[in-house]
Design a protein around this ligand. Sequence first.
Ligand code: NAI
Ligand code: COI
Length: 365
Amino acid sequence: MEIFNYMEKHDYEQLVICQDKTSGLKAIIAIHDTTLGPALGGTRMWTYASEEEAIEDALRLAKGMTYKNAAAGLNLGGGKTVIIGDPRTDKNDEMFRAFGRFIEGLNGRYITAEDVGTTEADMDLIHLETDYVTGVSAEFGSSGNPSPVTAFGVFKGMQAAAKEAFGTDSLEGKVVAVQGVGNVAYTLCEYLHEAGAKLIVTDINKEAVQRAVDAFGATAVETDEIYSQDVDIFAPCALGAIINDETIPQLKAKVIAGSANNQLKNPEHGDLIHEMGIVYAPDYVINSGGVINVADELAGYNSERALKRVAGIYDTIEKIFAISKRDNIPSYVAADRLAEERIARVAKSRSQFLQNEKSVLTQKK
Ligand SMILES: NC(=O)C1=CN([C@@H]2O[C@H](COP(=O)(O)OP(=O)(O)OC[C@H]3O[C@@H](n4cnc5c(N)ncnc54)[C@H](O)[C@@H]3O)[C@@H](O)[C@H]2O)C=CC1
Ligand SMILES: CC(C)CC(=O)C(=O)O
């Protein structure tokens, strides 16, 4: 990858490569756009096949955060970190402390939280070195692990998508295929089970599958069988790029609504599912519950206020479908338009010179 070409093409601000030999930390912090405020986005720990793949993932995820935070109405820009390594075997306390110091060195341009492969305990270690971290334990006045709130937001967004596709937002009797039953999806399955939906699940982790089978009477299928299930709704809740040339012809679902980031391999895949009449709840909108929740910490966490805002994902998804129909564009384009128009409006309204700028980190809600 030609890094500067790629950064210029997608208008990235900054890429920070962090290395600490003692702890084995190899982290990449990508900051996409800070027009709206400091970049907020989680830290993913994953076993990447190559350094290039890790950099590409950090960059793609950071851009997604710019759009997510903008569409959610947050005064925050977009960034993300990936740490190269196996979260089950390669973690140690010093790694996260060293990482915390790299974040501190950015002086508030980037704020982190959990993502795939990182936990509340990891955030607590980062918090020993910097205040620019959210999703730390409740004892620090924080909101804790964002996954359950992300799941609540996905559930609300799925209801809105069901209304668009089936004329009712009731999920009773609907069959939902859930790909990946990790932190977010397990709680999502709880909501769906309670709402009377039938679940088909898959995961590369057999224990995670068994847990969902035992708790919700879910039907388990192999990982490559999940796309072709005869279901009403497909909920991708594992990793990205799963809506692609190979999977689209297999899909029978009328709705795609799940937590995974970067679900469309390429924009053309969003066009294709639109042409097929599949109702797609744009990933970064439906999965914005976690970031809305942790962002609330920046003004002193209030769970009631945060959850009310997360429930608003239903309305945002409805609004996106309305723009999609009005302008005859796929829903992912409608979501991008919503985010880009907000960033442009805020940039214009904040363009005049000020001697001492007020920081979003010191603003009260
Ligand atoms: N945790 C959060 O609050 C948020 C998470 N997300 C996104 O939601 C997705 C899930 O996040 P978490 O639940 O936190 O992660 P997680 O790591 O707890 O769960 C992901 C699950 O997917 C499984 N998986 C991985 N590859 C798979 C494959 N090829 N087929 C089937 N299963 C596979 C894993 O074994 C794991 O159980 C990720 O894309 C994440 O970026 C987005 C917004 C917020
Ligand atoms: C705080 C996290 C849940 C934010 C993030 O990284 C995401 O939404 O993907």
